[in-house]
Structure formats: C-alpha cells, structure tokens
Ligand binder design. Sequence first.
Ligand code: EPU
Length: 423
Amino acid sequence: MDKIIIEGGRPIGGAVKISGAKNAALPIFAATILGDGVSRLANVPDLRDTRTIAKLIEELGAKVARDHGDEYTVDSSTITNYEAPYELVKTMRASCLALGPLVARLGRAKVSLPGGCAIGERPIDQHLKGLSALGADIELAHGYVDVKAPPKGLTGAHITMDMITVTGVMNIMMAATLAKGRTVIENAAREPEVLALGEYLIKMGANIEGAGTATITIEGVASLRSADIVIIPDRIEAATFMAAAAITGGSVTVTDMDAAMVGAVIDKLADCGCKVETLGADISVQAPEKLRSANISTAPYPGFPTDMQAQMMALMTIANGTSVIKETIFENRFMHVAELRRMGADISLGGNSATVLGVSHLSGAEVMATDLRASASLVLAGLAAEGETVISRVYHLDRGYEHLEEKFSRLGANIRRVKGEGG
Ligand code: EPU
C-alpha cells in the first residue's frame, strides 16, 4: 500500500487551482442515467470515487469514455440493467445515488444496501421514504434494496424530509423528474452540489424550481434528454488548502473557487486570525503569527461543513487557547483524534464534542486514518509538525483529493508518495 511521507515544519505558499467537486460529479454521473443519449461531463476530478461511479454506470449498460483529462462522455441510450452490485457499492456509498434515476428510467432499481462506514451508521431510510411516497414499492432482501415503480410509473408527492440529507434529496429529486405531476420536497438540503444537480437536470429538460433552497418543486416531464455540463469546483478541497496555509504559517491563493461556497470556513479562519481576501474567483489566505483558538459546530450548508471538521481540528491543535469542536452530522467522525494525539495534540473527547487544548507544536509520527477527511487532517498536521510524518492507507485520500502531493509540492511542501507492495 502507498504511503505519504511529509517533512513538516515549513510554511507553504503560492497559488493552487481547485479541481472539480467529487460530491457534484457523483450525482451528475448518476443523473446521466435519466437521459437517452450522449452527455459530456467536463472538469471531472480524477479520483477513485469518480472512476467507481463511471464503472457503475457502465455496469448498467452505458458506454462511458474518459476522452482526455477531465472530460467524460456517457452514452446512456443503452442502459438496460437496473442492478448495482455489492462489489461496487461496498467501495463507495454514493453508489446508492443510482436508485432514484434507475427507478425513474427503467421502473426498477436494485442496489446493494450500503453498510455502515468509518464515520457512522449512515442509513438511507430518507431516500426510501421519498421513493415510497412517489409510489415505489420497496423490498429489502439478501442485502439489496429492490425498488419497483408501479406499472403506470411514479407519481408526484409532497415530501417533508425528517432530516437534512444531501444524497437523499438528490435521489428523490432525480426520481421525481419523470414522475407524473408535481413533487414538493420540504426541509431539503441546500448544499451547492444539490443546486448543481438541479441545474444539470434542468439542462436535461427537467422542470425544477428551488434546488439549493429548503423547498424544491418538481413538475414531472415525460422524458429527459442527455446534456453537457462543467462540474463546479470542490469547496472542500479549496477549504483544505486554505486551512493548510493557516496551519503552516503560510500564504495560499486558491483559484477557480466561488468564495460564497466556503463562507463558513472563511469566517472561521478569520476568527483564528487569518487574513482572508477574495478577488473574483481567487481566495487568498494568509496565516497570522500565531493562530487563535475557535469553537466550531458542524451544520448543514450554509453552516460549517462536517467535511472540514477534521482539518480544522488539526489547526486547533496548535492554536493559542482551547477550542470546542462539536460534530452534529455524523456520530462517529472523530477517528482522527487518536492519530492527532500521537503527533502530540491535546484533545479530549466527550459525546459529540472534542475539546482541543492548543500545544506549542506537533511532532511527526507514523499515522493512519480510516476515512477521507480524517486523512486530510493528518496531511495538514504533518505539514505543520516538526520532523517526518508517514501516513499510511493513502487510498482514502485518493478517493477525494486529486493530485494531492503534486499540488502541495508546488506550494513548497516537502511531501512525497512511496509506492508500496500490495493493495
Ligand atoms: N441520514 C439518515 N437517513 C438517511 C440519510 C441520512 O439518518 O436516509 C443521516 C446520516 O446518517 C447523517 C446525516 O443524516 O447522520 C446527514 O447525512 P447525508 O445524507 O446528508 O450525507 P450523505 O448524503 O450520505 C454527503 C456527502 C458527504 C458529506 C455529507 C454531509 C456525497 C457523495 N457525500 O453524504 O461527503 O459528509 O453529505 O454534508 O455527497 C466526503 O466527501 O468526505 C463525505 C463524506
């Protein structure tokens, strides 16, 4: 298995171009199932997860080609298979995004039930509640969820989500595009990726209002055509580089990023003493002499993203003072704590809160993580730590950060990947 080795303790500086968003690309790949022709997706990040969803769409019968670099062509006219096998779903929970479009297009979707994962149980009851409200019959058997539309197809419904769920709303939205009549989704997730999916579905001919707000209205149409799209930038990647500038005492400009999408992170970095400036699609972050502590509570968008909680905790480990970090979205998203402690951090855990007492410095160590964002937090800690940090299980990072070592190297970090045996 590959490892990443970081020689830390030096400020990073310069400009970094942000890649397309993983969490926008995945649902948009799933949405291509709804069209009956050729879609072109551009600015698709080259990640393990995007390759997995491309493979899934192929399994369903589509012809998928990675034309050059970040561009994919998906011909979904040949989709006939409604089954997403365990082999693919087990490696990526977002495979359940195929449920909505498959049941809408083929009248049936059989998708392996995603199990729990390193950050929590992550049930999909809200996805199923929505599909059932649209008239689908749902059966759970042999580890699969089998969703069948009635013979006359799905019908619009009024659905109030019990909780904010990003992929849950996406699934229902995609299913409702081809349902008869009107669907209203209340208490919908407002993440920019939901808006991006809504805009793509509209390009395909869907009639949707309010994507990106708490109430989404969809008037079903008879069919959708394929469409082209450029994937929006990855706000979590951008925020991770901004946090890296802060933790290393450096200065970084992220380019091709919409500052509005990272507003909560910008505010928090400013609370910590960073100077943050926005000019067009560029955001510059300059670290202070010494970081100040700050309290953080994760929340659905536009609140502070859970996907940045681990990285901000790394920052707080060397800030002046005590920070309380509360995780309200996932019940088990503190796997990075034990590893950060091995690097010298002073963190105590109680329920869904972590109390971080800032220390003077971190020291390099051998660490590993069990999920994507926890791994990113270890990279940040490693960049700031004195001495060498060796991060194993790099495949977690490869799920969500495109060219991570190259991008950090160009910013002056001493970081390299060592190819390992196996895995
Ligand atoms: N939940 C339920 N039932 C459901 C759906 C969700 O109880 O039917 C719970 C979850 O267990 C969780 C909360 O609701 O406690 C919110 O989960 P949500 O459904 O919003 O998460 P998701 O859609 O599975 C997406 C991102 C995650 C990101 C979360 C929250 C994608 C592919 N994934 O997951 O991204 O953390 O929203 O913003 O969009 C990552 O990129 O590292 C990542 C984990």
